[in-house]
Design a protein around this ligand. Structure first.
Ligand code: COA
Length: 388
């Protein structure tokens, strides 16, 4: 039996800010944002989208009635969750109409959470081959207005269906992981905004990558030439490029050209959405699979996951026959192309608008949001979602 990714869904809100406009407003050379950081557009979530709705919208496009019967485990990875106690997975479980004979949990380890969820899902399917596990990586990245990290904000979710004999990609062994207690990025429970030591975070991302990559090669016996592409967690696209460059000289010219070309494809969605934390690596994988026509069944894709704090992991997967038929290329193109550009002033207003925290009732203007699933109101400290 093989286990892996059977389906992938993606959702990002309908609003964005262009990085050239943000650069102008922040009095920065646009090249710093578009080349130095490598971001073009930053998705902005209206109040009617929260991590629950983003994830539910991402899953909505891939789940059918057969999946509803088979899913008995929902794992929601996030670092911008809405509740310290109740898992966001339960809301999504209800919104998707999944069967009650299911486990629902939320997991957290910064941007690494969805990788932990996928590995947990793999173990679950190994024990229960008929099961399918819905893994959700959903976040709204907020560093704050006028901060160094502002250009690396974003919002969105990726939904992955993990099962046996997957239609998109099988997941291989070994998977190599490492943990160190460091303070490169964190968000205390009292803070709406993340704290980050940006330069240290970049250094650690690379150090963890080199560590797990070396260990992976020694455990697997594989080398750079054995990979059609390597996808990275992309807090901003330049970060992944920097990591790739540290190992490129392990391959000959043809290998280097292949990996560089495929990296270009794998960063396109992230460049136009921004950092979506837990979903970022899987958005990059989706970008590669949907935009690169030269990949074929049997190709091996490497995946580097990093979550500040910090945990790093390197693992790989093999593309399956006809994987392309199970993607939603046109839907994603239409979603990204139909978004509305915000002025920087409009983005700042949305950024500053927050939901009440004192239990008062608020009805949100859901007509402005084209998403199928929205946050409609808040009353008595309870969120009311609407699926339409
Ligand atoms: N044209 C092209 N490139 C330019 C430029 C211009 N006009 N001006 C600057 N640059 C380049 C710099 O040379 C630098 O490139 P390099 O990293 O290859 O050396 C890059 O743009 C960034 O410039 P820098 O001065 O380092 O930016 P910064 O001090 O504003 O910090 C981050 C950048 C990434 C550290 C900051 O945005 C941040 O903290 N982001 C969040 C970090 C994060 O996501 N961490 C999580 C990791 S998982």
């Amino acid at each position: 039996m093989t286990i892996g990714i059977d389906k992938i869904g993606f959702y990002t809100p309908h609003l964005y800010v262009d990085m050239n406009d943000l650069a102008e407003a922040r009095d920065v050379d646009p090249g710093k944002f578009t080349i130095g950081i490598g971001q073009e557009k930053m998705a902005v979530a209206p109040l009617t989208q929260d991590p629950v709705t983003l994830a539910a919208n991402a899953a909505w496009e891939i789940i059918d009635d057969q999946d509803r019967d088979a899913i008995d485990f929902v794992i929601f990875a996030t670092e911008s969750g809405i509740d310290h106690s109740k898992s966001a997975a339960i809301y999504v479980h209800q919104l998707l109409g999944l069967k009650s004979g299911a486990r629902c949990i939320e997991v957290k380890q910064a941007c690494y959470g969805a990788t932990a969820a996928i590995q947990m899902a793999k173990g679950h399917v190994a024990l229960h081959p008929e099961s399918k596990v819905l893994v959700l990586g959903s976040d709204i990245a907020r560093y704050g207005l006028n901060t160094g990290g502002e250009v690396t904000q974003g919002a969105g979710a990726v939904a992955l269906l993990i099962g046996q004999d997957p239609r998109i990609m099988t997941l291989e062994e070994p998977s190599v992981y490492a943990t160190e207690d460091i303070m490169d990025f964190w968000r205390p429970v009292y803070s709406e905004m993340a704290f980050v030591d940006g330069k240290f975070s970049n250094e650690q991302y690379l150090a963890f990558f080199n560590r797990v990559w070396e260990q992976y090669k020694s455990e697997s016996g594989l080398a750079l030439k054995d990979f059609a592409a390597i996808c990275f967690h992309l807090p901003y696209t330049k970060m992944g490029l920097k990591a790739l460059r540290t190992i490129l000289d392990e391959g000959d010219e043809a290998v280097q050209e292949r990996l560089k070309a495929n990296f270009q494809m794998s960063q396109h969605y992230n460049r136009n959405v921004g950092n979506i934390y837990t979903g970022s690596l899987y958005l990059s994988l989706l970008s590669l699979l949907e935009l690169q026509d030269e990949l074929k069944a049997g190709d091996r894709i490497g995946l580097y996951s990093y979550g500040s704090g910090a945990v790093g992991e390197f693992f790989s997967g093999i593309l399956q026959p006809d994987y392309k038929q199970h993607l939603h290329v046109q839907d994603h193109k239409a979603m990204l192309n139909s978004r509305e550009a915000l002025t920087v002033a409009e983005y700042e207003d949305i950024f500053k608008s927050t939901l009440p925290t004192d239990g008062t009732t608020v009805e949100l203007d859901v007509e402005q949001d084209p998403a199928p699933i929205v946050l409609a109101s808040l009353a008595d400290h309870k969120r009311q979602y609407l699926s339409r």
